[in-house]
Design a protein around this ligand. Sequence first.
Ligand code: DI6
Ligand code: FE
Length: 403
Amino acid sequence: MSSINDLVLTNASMVTMAPGANGYTVSAPCNIGIKQGRIDTLSQAPIKAHSSFNCQGKLVTPGFIDSHTHLIFAGSRADEFEQRLNGVPYQQIAQQGGGILSTVRATRDASEAQLTELALPRLDGLIRTGVTSVEVKSGYGLTLDDEIKMLRAAKALETHRKIRVTTTLLAAHALPPEFTGRGDAYIDYVCQTIIPLVAEEKLATSVDVFCESIGFNLKQTEKVFQAAIQHGLKVKGHTEQLSNLGGSALTAQYSGLSVDHIEYLDQAGVEALANSSTVATLLPGAFYFLKEKQQPPIELLRQYQVPMAIATDLNPGTSPFADLTMMMNMGCTLFGLTPEETLRGVTCHAAQALGFGNSRGQIQPKFDADLAIWEVSHPAEFSYFQGAPRLSARLVAGELDYV
Ligand code: DI6
Ligand code: FE
């Protein structure tokens, strides 16, 4: 095999996000050799390649990873936003058949192609903030066919844009109207019908549960996790968002990829995470939009060295934001994270939250050549100034995409 690389990026000021102290520092201008979609060589010396791209000293980071989105949905919830501003709480809107269920109705009415089409402008928002990998959940279909439709619509995004999509089955997001008062029966349907088919058709790699008083209880969550694992799927949880049910510790017990939201996580929950490889995913957009007052236990997570990811939770009800760097800004201003922590949260730790900790989210030989090239001078800029686009190009699997 030839040792010549397919592409070399020259003059790259790298922020590699490799573990250890140097990951967040800006390297001297360097060459990045890329072969077969992967990073092959990092060198100050010239690298032989079939083509080259001069980064002109610009900052190069791993492509950003949005590890928690509900990108696929139809309809709008601007009306509920207005209701909430007139004093109606989110839980009450949900109990009256609004909230998640209003999006379920609109999503069931849409075709797969329409769902993909509706998601593209949102995806473009994420792409403009450096995203090269995005996780997309189902959860607004809540029938076998509609959940499958959502997952296929999500995967189809890859045919419209240079992007990597990871799909998560979130059939246990809300109780569909057909099952009112029969939560356990719906969970049986999810475990016995939806999970086996989704696994067989390889439509998702993980399964998520909304473990909450307005979602599913701990016992139901555990049933879903067991079915997922039995079918070779990973698990993750929407846990401790509005109350503390112990869903995070349960997720850790099942070697979950991540626990997400976690405003109400307590010390026992943090200890459970510390004894696992489960990532703590912070979603400041939902915290901000719901005007939540309870802060996630950042200091404890630091103390126990639990890796923290940060994601948009992009969804029509609680986090209508298609902007990942804005979430980094909110992570700093609302949760007191440092710009370094937020950058880890959208690169190496986000990769771990998707099960790609050894292949994405860092600039290292053998890692996927998913990169972002920026018009910024220091990595703190990502969390700092918002709204003025600073991305100059992205690479996904070694393929350049200009913006
Ligand atoms: N937690 C959330 O923040 C979203 N889902 C969830 O389980 C909300 C989704 C929605 O309101 O449409
Ligand atoms: Fe969510």
